[in-house]
Design a protein around this ligand. Structure first.
Ligand code: LFR
Length: 480
């Protein structure tokens, strides 16, 4: 039996887990779970990376106390966010989160200041335009010129920073770096023109290295564990753990974000892909994750936080009992990115357009489910058009698979066979990538077979539902 530690950080929690490989099956055991949420530092919405680091070490200690022999540890987190270090390796500024308002209006400013067009940026990077990409966060900093700006020596993405704090080694991992919108999509190297455009310096960036390699050691007391640079973007790890089979399967990584896409050996950066704002993020083995971000279960999580007595099962029940397709929004509207109240943001969305909006909690929740699944259907159609594929199965992975009502609604609205599992996709991807790094598993294909064999796959067959065509055309009008 072999065992590794997977540290999987999400936008609402962090987990330290052990992944075991035994008789060609993978098992996960959670040793430590802690809350993660944005905290205000002055006016900025930030991550508390210092506390996160303490929690990670606590988790490693808990594993170590059991005496299990550990081959390595690996960290995956969300994308785009980074830490700036001075020459001595001290961090500069706060650990600002991508949901902070500092990037409002910055994309336009970057384009105007540098006489660049959206297509110029897309042709280089193949990355979708999200207001919070690293490119715009850096421009926001450069324009504000904080007192410490001249001291910047190195930029580390969040998982690379945490690896650095554990091992003392500065490293840059490719899958997370690809979310920055600063890498050349084909060459996978930093693009000088975009670095100049956001006011950064080439010297701050380390070469983006392919994942699945040991980069250093974590030493603490009598503990010494090799640190493995895994596919450190959580979505890249989740896709690595998705048992993609055949050519006509799309995936949906369903968590705080819904990431719907395909895996491809080559990027899609043509006119149509640009029009649809499809992204070509980096995956294991230099593959591309051709996908699109949809606002995801963040919408539900925030409504739940405003109604603390609700369990997730109550939420699905409320949705089930409300009238379908009565209220539809564009879930990707920036109004939902970080509002002070999500429920109020929904009401406001309709008010702004002088439309009648949801009247009660149950209608708000139903509106979220309907709007999300309509967005999934829309992205599936766009992907089919761009890639010429005819999808016959959508594999849903991640925490969202626990919502059976949602799984069935996805099948019905997208009119596609849905399969689900694994739920712990990012952590499992993290685990198998470490086993690949230590030659315990030989390839990603083998890893996916092992994961599939270790999962209890469930299927959801599409049913005919009333009002779907009208709902789809309303969705098109809203999002035009
Ligand atoms: C999901 C995710 C998405 C990325 C968003 C922000 O956790 O990593 O892939 O677009 O968070 O980084």
């Amino acid at each position: 039996m072999k065992a590794v530690i997977a540290i999987d950080l999400g936008a609402s929690s962090g987990r330290v887990m052990v992944g075991y490989l035994k008789d060609k099956k993978i098992e996960l055991e959670e040793f430590h779970r802690f809350k993660n949420q944005q905290v205000m530092r002055g006016k900025e919405s930030c991550w508390d990376l210092d506390s996160i680091l303490t929690e990670i070490k606590t988790g490693i200690d808990k594993v170590n106390a059991t005496g299990i022999e550990i081959t390595s540890l690996g960290i995956d987190t969300w994308g785009v966010d980074f830490v700036l270090l001075d020459k001595e390796g001290n961090n500069l500024g706060e650990y600002v989160s991508y949901r902070d308002t500092r990037t409002e209006g910055v994309m336009d400013k970057l384009l105007t200041d540098n006489q660049l067009s959206l297509t110029d940026v897309y042709k280089i990077t193949g990355i979708q335009f999200l207001t919070f990409n690293t490119l715009y966060q850096l421009k926001a900093i450069a324009d504000q010129q904080p007192a410490w700006f001249a001291d910047i020596d190195t930029l580390l993405f969040v998982p690379d920073y945490l690896n650095y704090k554990l091992s003392g080694v500065k490293h840059c991992e490719y899958t997370n770096a690809s979310t920055s919108q600063l890498l050349n999509c084909q060459e996978k190297t930093w693009n000088q023109q975009l670095i100049d455009a956001c006011g950064a310096k080439k010297e701050w960036f380390l070469p983006a290295e392919m994942p699945n390699r040991i980069i250093g050691q974590y030493r603490h007391g009598d503990i010494e564990i090799p640190v493995c640079s895994v596919a450190s973007h959580d979505t890249a790890s989740a896709v690595a753990a998705t048992p993609i089979s055949g050519n006509n399967m799309a995936y949906l990584s369903s968590g705080t974000w819904s990431l719907l896409g395909i895996e491809s050996e080559q990027p899609y950066t043509g006119e149509q892909a640009y029009q649809y704002n499809l992204t070509n993020e980096g995956g294991v083995d230099g593959r591309y994750r051709v996908l699109k971000n949809i606002m995801g279960l963040w919408l539900i999580q925030r409504v739940k936080a405003e109604n603390p007595s609700l369990e997730f099962s109550d939420i699905a029940m409320l949705a089930r009992h409300a009238e379908p397709f009565k209220y539809i929004v564009n879930p990707n509207d920036n109004d939902f990115l970080n509002p002070s109240s999500m429920t109020a943001a929904f009401k406001e969305w309709f008010n702004k357009r002088e439309l009648t909006g949801p009247q009660n909690l149950s209608e708000v929740i139903r509106c979220i489910y309907d709007s999300l699944t309509l967005a999934y259907a829309d992205v599936l159609t766009q992907l089919a058009e761009v890639t010429g594929k005819q999808f016959d199965e959508l594999r849903i992975v991640g925490g969202g698979t626990q919502d059976q009502f949602l799984n069935q609604l996805v099948a019905d609205v997208c009119q596609i066979m849905v399969s689900t599992e694994p739920t712990e996709a990012s952590a499992l991807g993290n685990v198998v990538n470490q086993f690949i790094a230590s030659d315990v598993i030989t390839s990603l294909g083998e890893a996916r077979q092992i994961i599939d064999a270790s999962s209890e796959v469930k299927y959801f067959t599409p049913r005919q539902i009333d009002g779907l065509e009208q709902a789809k055309s309303l969705y098109q009008q809203i999002t035009k």
